[in-house]
Structures are given as C-alpha cells and as structure tokens.
Design a protein around this ligand. Sequence first.
Ligand code: NAP
Length: 480
Amino acid sequence: MTSIGIIGSGFGALAVAVELKRAGHTDLRLWERSRDLGGVWRDNTYPGAGCDVPSPLYSFSYEPNPRWSRRYALQEEIHAYIRSVADKHGITPLVRFGTEAVAATWNEDSASWTVTFADGSVETVDILISAVGQLSRPVIPHIDGIDTFAGMSFHSAEWDHSFDATGKTVAVVGAGASAVQFIPHLARDAGKLLVFQRSPNFLMPKPDKPYKPIHKALFRFAPVTQRIERGGIWTIMEQFARGLDDESKVGRINRAIALRHLDQQVADPALQAKLTPDYPIGCKRILFSNEFYPALAQDHVEVVTHAVTRVTPGGVVDADGVEHAVDAIVFATGFDTQDFLESIDITGTGGQKLATQWADGAHAYLGMYVPNFPNLFVTYGPNTNLGGGSIIYMLEAQARHMRQAIDRLEAGRYSSIEVTQEAEEAYDLEISEKLEHSAWAHCENWYRHRSGRITSNWPGATLPFAKATKVLEPAAFHWA
Ligand code: NAP
C-alpha cells in the first residue's frame, strides 16, 4: 500500500484526499500546522469575508450543498462546508493538527520522502503532496517606522477581533479583493476611514441573493436544479475567463459593465476619477461588490491615491509627504504569492533544492510535477490560479490526475514517478507563450515573479485545464 502524505487541510488537500480515498488509497496522512481544517477559509475571518465565486460552483462537483444560505456564501459557511465534506469522507481523523512541515528530503535508496516537522518529529511517505496553497502567507510591507506605531495594526488575514473601530480614525492600506469586502463593514463603525489605494481595480456588480426556502427545497429534492444553476454559472465564468484581455470582445463588455457600475454608484466626478483604473481590464483581479463604492462615497470616508511611505507613532505618511493622524491601521496588502513552497526546505534528487530550481519563478508540468523531485505532487501549484472561475474545479482536475499517477505506479509496481525535463520544458514554453499575450502581462500584479515570469495563473478558462489533465500521459514521466 502506497503511503501518501499531504501538507495542508484546505480545499486543495481535501480535493486530493477525497479523490484518493474514494479510489481505495487508505494510507493517507494530512499534516496541518493550525488547529483546524480549512486553509484560507479558516484564516480569513475579516468582516464580510466571503467568496466572489458563486457557491454552487465554488464547491465540489460530487458534494453539492443544498443548504447554501445565499449565492455568494460567506467565510463561516464555506468553512463549515469544508469541515462537513472532510467529516463525511472520513478525512478529519487522518489529519494531524498543530504539525508544521519545515523540510522534506527525497531518499533515493528507498524512493521515499522524509518529512520533518517544526516540533522535530519526522515521518516517511512514498508520495508527498503539497497542498499549501498560494495565499497562505500574509504580507505586511516593510514601511519605515512601522514598528513605532502606537495604535492597533494588523493584516486582514489575521483580523484582530478585539478591535473596535467605533468612532476611531482608521487607515486601510490596500484596496484589493479583501479590502473591497471589509471596507463597507469598517466604514459603518469608524469615525473616519482613510483608504490608501495605490491602484484602483475594475469592480463589477455582484448578482448575489439569499436562497429562499423554495430554492433550498428544490436543491434538496430535485438536485438537478442546483446542477443547472452550477452549469449556468460555470458557462458564464468560462466566457468571463476567456475575456480577461482588453483586446477581446468579452473584455470590452466587462470593461463597459465595470465603468457603468462606477458611474451608477459614484456621483462625484473627483472620486470617480480616483477609482478609474488606467490599465487594461483583467490585468489585476476583477472584483465584485455592490457595497464598496457606496461605502467610499460617504463623507467620513476618504480615498487617498498614494501608497503609505512612512508610519509614525500617531499616523501614516503618504507618498506626497502628507501625514494623516490615525488610531489604527489595517493592512490589506495581500500575500507572499511568489515564493511557492519556500517555507518548506525541499530537497530532491542529487541534493537539488526546490527553492534554487525555482529561483527565477516556479514552473511545473501541469502545475503539479517538477523534474528532480520524484513522487512530489503539488496542488494549486504554479500556473493553476484563475482570473475567473472556480479553483475547486481546477483542484478536482488535479486530484484526478494525481490519482491516475498513483494508480499507475501501483499497477506497474514502480516505486517512483518523475516528470521528464523535456516534458516540463515543452509544457512551460507553451504556457509562457500564452501568458505573454494575456491580460496579466500588462501591469504590476501578484501573479508575476520579480523575474517577470507569470507564475501564478493558468491562461484561460478551466475546461482546457480539465482536458489537459484528463488522461495521464505516461511518456511525460520516468517510471522507476
Ligand atoms: P491583493 O489583491 O493582492 O491586494 C493587495 C492590495 O494592497 C492592493 O491594493 C495593492 O496595491 C496594495 N498594496 C500592496 N503592497 C502595498 C504597499 N506596499 N503599499 C500600499 N499598497 C500596497 O490582496 P487581497 O485583497 O488580500 O487578495 C489577495 C487574493 O486573495 C485575491 O487576488 C484573490 O485571489 C484572493 N481573494 C479572493 C477572494 C474571493 O472572494 N474569492 C476574497 C479575498 C481575497 P496594488 O494593486 O497597487 O499592488
């Protein structure tokens, strides 16, 4: 029986664990650094946290949830869904909590991985699967004087729930996907809210709605109705993903919808100007909200179109040199997205370090397999993130491919599988060419490595990825 170790317990880990368990692989161990399942959906508890992909699609195809309270579920409900799927499929008892993997070393002789944890314990497995995600390490920028600030400050992904904004002057640094969700909530309580927005984003209306008892009854007793909604959402999002390009017709339609939304929700031309992006649509993630613009349009909310360059004990100084007195700072400044797996010291064949191999940006065959690293599979790895669509759909495709790899390994009595250099290079070339013509090549965004390589995103819609990963191509691998 092949022993399989999975690092993480979020959607990626769950997708692969359920797939393998359903296929009869029972020697599964999941290692989770935290005390609970859920990955980003456990960690991001900021007010208003939720998913901007509709829940019928942002869920496993084999685990529809007729109980979603609304089309765009909030964090608590998504976290509960993760827990319920893990419980139902018997995954929860396989998780060792409070176990942070810090190193993994390939043993050539025994064709196995030795994984070392922060507490000094060690485990050895035949197959090692990383499911640490792309958005698990929050980043607060290095700003001069940041340690001198006398008030409360924290990152949106580490929300301090003891913080009471009532009547206070609060600075929010950043205006991305997280900020857009919590700013309307913060604005309700704060005496004054200063939003430091380095660049504006395209924002579309969110067709959200609570599901009524009749919907839930239909979803439960006629599951085909929920499948129809899922299929409809999937079809729209596939078109949306194809249109992440200013040159495309869909891109032009998206741009028109976003600018109309701004026009309808913000009357003040000066504020409109501040909120109008000057880069091609799709280059940064397109956001969805019906509450963000109205929140910014309030008198006690100010959008400062500068980065914060310095922090003083009593406030923040913007790039224009203006000091703003504030009581608290919330950093909505995103995550360390480029140093894939760098928090784990991974050593492959011949002592090759993964961090060294990926020094100019991560790349992997189908986003999952890396030359020199046999029996290492990566979920939500390089070039598997989306500009539009459900990552769960992508994770299921990856899990199915990994299952095929393990099945073939067992059927052929092989002990190791390693992608060939040629297969990985040819794949990378194909992907890179497509990415060079994508919307993401035209501005600064978190999808690009400092070398210029776009490492995070899959180019295009999700169906081509499902097709590319549907059948394992044995010739792409060394089997030993
Ligand atoms: P983000 O989208 O990366 O936004 C970071 C924000 O901080 C941007 O406005 C950025 O400005 C700004 N920023 C970064 N460094 C800064 C600095 N040194 N000074 C001033 N501003 C700075 O981060 P996020 O909002 O946490 O979202 C990250 C990702 O998580 C999203 O793209 C999305 O994939 C995921 N997410 C998804 C959902 C969902 O509903 N599915 C919700 C939340 C998050 P620039 O744009 O100028 O760089």
